[in-house]
Every structure is written in C-alpha cells, then in structure tokens.
Design a protein around this ligand. Structure first.
Ligand code: HEM
Length: 471
C-alpha cells in the first residue's frame, strides 16, 4: 500500500477497540488506566475509538491531532461530564468553568500568576525549602531513611499554605488538608467509574470509598473556610488578599463570594498534589541515576552563590530544569485530560466525522512515550531538553501542562518550586533508593509514586561525594 493509500484509509476509518461485551474498555481501564491507553495507542495508532457503559470515547495521542483538539477548544471540544464531577471539589473554579465565565475568570486571574508575581513569592519558596532541608538533615542525624513522597507533600503544603494564606493557616491544618486531598484524589476516579457504570444510582451508593471521599471533602472544606476567615482578618500579601482585590475589567467588580471560595479550593488543591507528585518522582529518578544527580549537585554549587537561589540564578539552573521537564515527560501528574465532542456542533479528526457528545481523552502519559518524538522513551534522559534538541520536536508531543488557551495557569510557579527544591536538596545530600524498595504508579486524579519513595541519604561533601553514611 502506498503512503497516500494508507493515509486515505486512515482518513475514512477510525480504528475501534471493542473491549468487553457491554462494558467496553471499562474493566481494563479500571485495572490499569495508563497501561490500557498505552496498549490501545500501540495497537491502533494516534486516534482510536472505544466504548464505555453509557459512553463513547476517542483516545487522541497523535501530536498533530492533539493540537487540533486543544487549539479548537470550545464549542467543538469542550470539557466534559467527568470534569464536571470535579465540581464536587472545585465548584465553578477555573478548572471546571466553561464558556464566557471561564474566559472572564482566566483574564482576571492570569496576572496574579505572572512571572513578576512568582519572583515576589521567591522568598517564601526559599524559606519553605530551608525548612524542608532541616527535615532532611534531621533524618540524616537520626540515621533514618526519608520518604521523599511524604516530604514532598509537606513541602508543597508549606509553600502553598504560605502563598495562599500567609501565616494564617497552621502547619497542622495544612497537613490535615493535604491528607484530605490525597483521599479525595484517590477516591474521585473510583467515584467517576462507579457513576459511569451505575449512573445516578452510583452517586447515591454508600460504598466505603464514597464515604471516605465525602468525609475527606468535608474536612478539606472546613480547613479552607477557617483559613479564609483568618486570612481575611489579617493584612498579608497572600493569594487570598490578591483574589479579594482583583477586579473584572468589564464591570470593575470583584468576584462573588461563591466564585472566590471556588477559586481558593481550586488553587489550593491544584497547586499541591500535582507538584508534590512531580517532586517525589524527580527525586526518585535522580536517586536511580547517579550521574545526573551529580550533575545537578555540581550545577547547584556552581550557580547558587548564597544560602538560596536568586531569581537570576534560578534562570541559570539549566540542567536541573531539564531534569524537571524529563520527569514530567515520564510521569506526568496530569496523566490524562478530558474533552468531549459537542452535542450540537459537528467535529472531525483526520477527515473522519466523530460521534456527537463523546469522550475525547488526551493522555500525556501515552503521547510522551511516542518513540518517534522520544527515542528510547522509557529512559530517563534529561538532555533531551537541551535547547538545540527542541527545535525539531513536535511541540504537541510534550503536554504535561496541557495546551492552548486552557494550558495550566500554575505552570511557571510549579517549575520554579520544583527547580529550587531539587537543586537545594541535591546540593546538600546524596541519595539512592533504599534497598528492596519497589515503587509503582498510583493513578487517582493525578499520577503519584506508590506506596512511597524511600531514600537512603547522606550529606554531600563540598567536593560532591558523600561525607558520612548515616543510613
Ligand atoms: C507539575 C505541576 C502541574 C501539572 C502537571 C499541571 C497540569 C495541568 C494540566 C494538564 C492542565 C490542563 C487541564 C486541561 O486542559 O483540561 C492544568 C490546568 C490548570 N492548572 Fe495545573 N498543573 C500543575 C501545577 C499547577 C499549579 C501549581 C497550579 C496553581 C497554583 C495549577 C492550577 C491549574 C488551574 C487553575 C488549571 C485550569 C486552567 C484553565 O482551565 O484555565 N496547576 N494543569
């Protein structure tokens, strides 16, 4: 078959993965969501149709088709009913909002997350990093190993607590909120699937998972309400104050109380889980790759002159940034995002009409393993992100933060937090994965290492090698 004939055939028919009778792809997806999507793409290519109970779906993993879906956005490819289920947690915040509401809200909030704002938060991030290093030091002195995923979560609680509420949320409350978020994160996807099978009856089903979800959500909301009350009383320059002060360009009015509350939940949640997981994964990869770990340490020592990086020095931590980007390629915390085909507007991909009101899955976890864009995709190779190697690569083959108008608004904040934490930890410590530890993927709302990332560590000498083995 000639290339033209092959392209023509691809144009007229979208391959279909039938899955199980009645249940379609639901059973394999419940068992292993990333593995199943990856297998579908391997077997059928960059566009494949599938079935779920009461739903039709398309997995889109070809970078150029991803571009088409993400840049078209609404009304052709709006967010869908699974994202809508997140309203239980985020209300009508920026992640779940749609249409004119979303546009207005994004315009209002974008300046608050500019690089200029992030540079002003740098001292808070550096102080939280210093507290994190003290914890690592305490572990070295006690001769204990470190659970990098737990400490990463504590670090992000600390940073987001400071940025969002200033001193008006106690470390204990921030920690309880994070615990609740982990439960919500793990149980929400279960909740999606239950309601997929059982429809609205599933929503009422009081399974242990559903009860844990509701209890955790209740606790999360209680903590957020308390922290807002405290922050409102003070005068700090935190996100609460900035959200309160923001005015819509068209009316000059502030957000309604409900919108404000929804955005606080959205940002407090979205700002922690994803970045904490990325940090834990990055430390895991560096723990397994000694050469890259030493390169990060050497760069940090060479670039950071004082106790913490300045904004200018941060820009020169080039290799550390590549480690962050490569980690997000291999383990994208937002491993799949949802769009839907419109129920009103016709849409097509590769010249094939798509069914109306069907699920469209864009899965960074699948696209980032595309061996055309990423040779030996399973290997940890941060130098893939060297500047001159980026030129020839399809930019839509790398989408850890999404693409188009709805690209992550917190991207630069999280890249800053990750680069600083990794550089500072690796400047001070040498670490490896503890003997016998098995770390696997846990796919809730985000992708995190499971059950934990136990690291054996020691202090790094000035010359770059370990001083005292304490583990
Ligand atoms: C490694 C860290 C992060 C990853 C991998 C990540 C990933 C993503 C992705 C893939 C999207 C697009 C979802 C879609 O198109 O449906 C998104 C949107 C969003 N992210 Fe992030 N994110 C991260 C950090 C953050 C942080 C630190 C914040 C806030 C402080 C944040 C807040 C948001 C919000 C509010 C949206 C919705 C934006 C909109 O629709 O206008 N994220 N994120």
């Amino acid at each position: 078959m000639t290339v033209e004939e092959k392209q023509h055939q691809q144009r007229i028919q979208i391959p279909f993965d039938k899955g199980w009778p009645l249940l379609g792809m639901l059973p394999p997806l419940l068992k292993n969501i990333i593995g199943t999507f990856s297998k579908m793409a391997r077997n059928h290519g960059g566009l494949v149709a599938f079935r779920l109970p009461q739903d039709r779906g398309y997995l889109v993993s070809d970078p150029q088709l991803i571009k088409e879906v993400m840049l078209s956005g609404e009304p052709k490819f709006p967010k869908g009913k699974y994202t809508k289920r997140m309203e239980a947690v985020f209300g009508g915040g920026l992640i779940t909002a749609e249409g004119a509401n979303w546009r207005r809200q994004r315009k209002l909030l974008a300046p608050i997350f500019s690089n200029e704002s992030i540079s002003k938060w740098l001292p808070k991030i550096n102080e939280a990093t210093e507290r994190l290093l003290k914890q690592w030091n305490a572990y070295v002195e006690a001769g204990a190993s470190v659970d990098a995923s737990a400490l990463s979560r504590i670090y992000l609680q600390d940073v987001m607590g400071e940025i969002m509420f200033g001193n008006d949320i106690s470390k204990e409350e921030a920690s309880k909120a994070a615990e609740a978020m982990t439960i919500v994160n793990d149980t929400l996807v279960e909740e999606f699937f239950r309601t997929t099978v059982l429809g609205s009856i599933g929503r009422l089903a009081l399974t242990p998972g559903a009860r844990r979800f509701r209890r955790a959500l209740h606790e999360f909301n209680r903590i957020v309400d308390n922290a807002i009350r405290n922050a409102d009383k003070g005068e700090g320059d935190h996100l609460i104050a900035q959200f309160r002060a923001a005015r819509f360009a068209d009316t000059g009015s502030p957000m309604t109380e409900k919108q404000f509350r929804d955005e606080v939940s959205t940002f407090f949640f979205a700002g922690q889980e994803t970045t904490a997981n990325a940090l834990a994964w990055a430390l895991y990869f560096l723990a397994k790759n000694e050469i890259e770990q030493r390169k990060v340490a050497a760069e940090a020592r060479q670039v950071i002159a004082g106790a913490a990086p300045t904004w200018e020095e941060l820009g020169r931590l080039t290799f550390t940034r590549q480690v962050v980007l490569e980690t997000l390629r291999l383990k994208p915390p937002a491993y799949a995002v949802e769009r839907r085909t419109s129920s009103a507007v016709d849409s097509e991909l590769r010249g094939c009409p798509l069914k109306k009101d069907a699920l469209v899955v864009i899965a960074p976890s699948v696209t980032h393993m595309n061996s055309e864009a990423w040779p030996s995709p399973e290997k940890f190779q941060p130098d893939r992100f060297e500047k001159d190697k980026l030129r020839d690569r399809d930019q839509y083959a790398y989408i850890p933060f999404g693409a188009g108008a709805r690209k992550c608004i917190g991207m630069n904040l999280s890249l800053t937090e990750l680069t600083i934490a990794i550089a500072m930890i690796t400047r001070e410590f040498e670490y490896s994965v503890s003997d016998g530890a098995v770390v696997s993927d846990k796919t809730g709302l985000t992708l995190r290492p499971f059950p934990e990332v136990p690291l054996t560590l020691r202090r790094r000498s000035r010359a770059g090698s370990a001083t005292a083995d304490q583990s």
